[in-house]
Design a protein around this ligand. Structure first.
Ligand SMILES: Cc1cc2nc3c(=O)[nH]c(=O)nc-3n(C[C@H](O)[C@H](O)[C@H](O)COP(=O)(O)O)c2cc1C
Length: 362
C-alpha cells in the first residue's frame, strides 16, 4: 500500500482526491456523500454575494464530452453560512470553500466563510483574460482571512503569466482548470442547442479536456513555487497519477462524480494506489514532477520504428486500420503483425491504438 497522504500549505489530506466545485458538492447532503465516497477533502460549490439564476437545461452528457451552463450556487450566501457550511465543517475533512468573483464580492464573503473553511478557493471564471481583476481578488482575500487562499484558473488564458501573477499577489496555491468554453452541442432532431443559456452555449468538461488540463497544470507547476491542484477530466487513478507527474500536489474531480456518483473518489484513490504499487513507488510524492525531469528540451525528428512484442499481439487489426502509411500487415504464417520499416514513418499512433501492449518504442 503506497502512501497517499499529502500535505500542502498546512492542509493534511489522508488521500489527494477531492471533489471540484460543482453539483457533487452543492450542499451538505452532497458533501456528506462525497466523504462517504472516499474524498480526502471537501471543496464546496462556489458561492457569490447573490444566488445564481441558472438556465435550464444546464447539463448534458454528449458523445464528445460534458456540457454545462451552471453558474455559481443557487442558494444565497446567508443560506450557506447558516445551513450548509456549519454541517459540512462537522464532517471532519479539510474544507476548501469556493467563493467568487470580484474583489468587492470577495471582501463581502471571505471573512464570513473563513470560520467554516481550512482554505478558500477563489473562482476567476468570469473575470476575463486580463490578470488584474484576479490579482485584486487574491489581495482582497489575503487581507480578509488568515487561512490559505487558492485561486482557480480557467483555461484559455496565459497560464504561466496568470500563475506568476497569482503567486505574486499572495495566492497560496493554484487550482486548474475550470471548464472550457464557450462550446456548443445540439439536438439532432430539432437542431436546438442542448443548453438553455441565451446563446445556447455551454462549458466543456470531463475526459475531453484532460489533455488541456494536463498541459495547464504542467505549465503552472513549472512557473511557480506554490502548490498546484489539478482538475479536468480525471476519471481514473491513471489520470490522477499523470496529474502528479506534471506537478500537481492533489487532484479534484467534478464531471466523473456527476456522471458516476460519489464512489468515484474512492475508486480513483484505489486505482492510484494500485498504479503506484505496481510501479514500485512508495508515495505520490515519488512521481510528483516526473515529467519536467524527462521532457526533451528539443523536438525529436528521428524516425523510430516500433518493436512488436509478439506474445502480446492478438492480430485484432486495429493498428492496421489506423496506419495511414500502410506499414503494418498481417502475414498468414505468423500470429502477430509485421511492420515494414521502409514504409513506417515513426508517427507512433499504432502504439497508442493497441489495447494489448503489443507495440512499443525501444
Ligand atoms: C455542472 C458543473 C458545475 C460547475 N460549477 C462550478 C463552480 O461553481 N465553480 C467552479 O469553480 N467550477 C465549477 N465547475 C468546474 C469544475 O469544478 C471543474 O473545474 C471542471 O468541470 C473540470 O473538471 P472535470 O472535468 O472533472 O469536471 C463546474 C463544472 C460543472 C460540470
Amino acid at each position: 500500500m503506497a502512501n497517499l497522504k499529502v500535505e500542502f500549505s498546512g492542509l493534511k489530506l489522508e488521500n489527494p482526491v477531492m471533489p471540484a466545485a460543482g453539483p457533487p458538492v452543492k450542499d451538505f447532503t452532497a458533501a456528506k456523500r462525497a466523504k462517504a465516497g472516499g474524498a480526502g477533502a471537501l471543496v464546496t460549490k462556489t458561492i457569490s454575494t447573490t444566488a445564481a439564476k441558472v438556465p435550464r437545461p444546464n447539463m448534458a452528457r454528449t458523445e464528445s464530452g460534458f456540457l454545462n451552463t451552471e453558474l455559481w450556487a443557487e442558494q444565497t450566501p446567508e443560506h450557506w453560512l447558516q445551513e450548509e457550511y456549519p454541517k459540512i465543517k462537522e464532517l471532519g475533512l479539510p474544507v476548501i470553500a469556493g467563493i467568487g468573483y470580484t474583489k468587492d464580492q470577495i471582501r463581502k464573503l471571505a471573512r464570513k466563510v473563513e470560520k467554516y473553511a481550512d482554505a478558500l478557493e477563489l473562482s476567476t471564471h468570469y473575470l476575463g483574460d486580463d490578470s488584474t481583476p484576479m490579482e485584486e481578488s487574491i489581495k482582497a482575500a489575503k487581507e480578509e482571512v488568515d487561512i490559505p487562499v487558492y485561486v482557480k484558473l480557467s483555461p484559455g488564458i496565459d497560464i504561466p503569466q496568470f500563475s506568476k501573477a497569482a503567486e505574486k499577489a499572495g495566492a497560496d496555491g493554484i487550482v486548474l482548470i475550470n471548464s472550457f468554453g464557450p462550446t456548443l452541442d445540439i439536438d439532432p432532431e430539432t437542431g436546438k442547442p442542448l443548453m438553455g443559456s441565451e446563446d445556447g452555449f455551454g462549458w466543456l468538461s470531463g475526459e475531453a479536456i484532460f489533455p488541456l488540463a494536463l498541459r495547464a497544470v504542467y505549465q503552472a507547476a513549472n512557473s511557480v513555487d506554490i502548490p498546484v491542484i489539478g482538475v479536468g477530466g480525471i476519471d481514473s487513478g491513471l489520470k490522477a497519477a499523470k496529474m502528479f507527474m506534471v506537478g500537481a500536489s492533489a487532484v479534484q474531480v467534478c464531471t466523473e462524480a456527476i456522471v458516476n456518483g460519489p464512489r468515484v473518489y474512492g475508486k480513483i484513490v484505489n486505482e492510484l494506489n494500485k498504479f503506484l504499487d505496481e510501479h514500485g513507488y512508495e508515495s505520490v510524492n515519488d512521481i510528483k514532477g516526473l515529467t519536467a525531469k524527462v521532457v526533451s528540451e528539443e523536438a525529436e525528428y528521428e524516425t523510430v520504428v516500433p518493436t512488436v512484442i509478439e506474445k502480446n499481439c492478438t492480430t485484432c487489426g486495429l493498428c492496421i486500420t489506423s496506419c495511414v502509411y500502410d506499414a503494418i500487415t498481417l502475414d498468414d504464417s505468423k500470429d502477430y503483425i509485421v511492420i515494414d520499416s521502409e514504409k513506417c514513418a515513426g508517427c507512433g499512433l499504432c502504439i497508442t491504438r493497441c489495447n494489448f501492449g503489443a507495440l512499443k518504442l525501444e
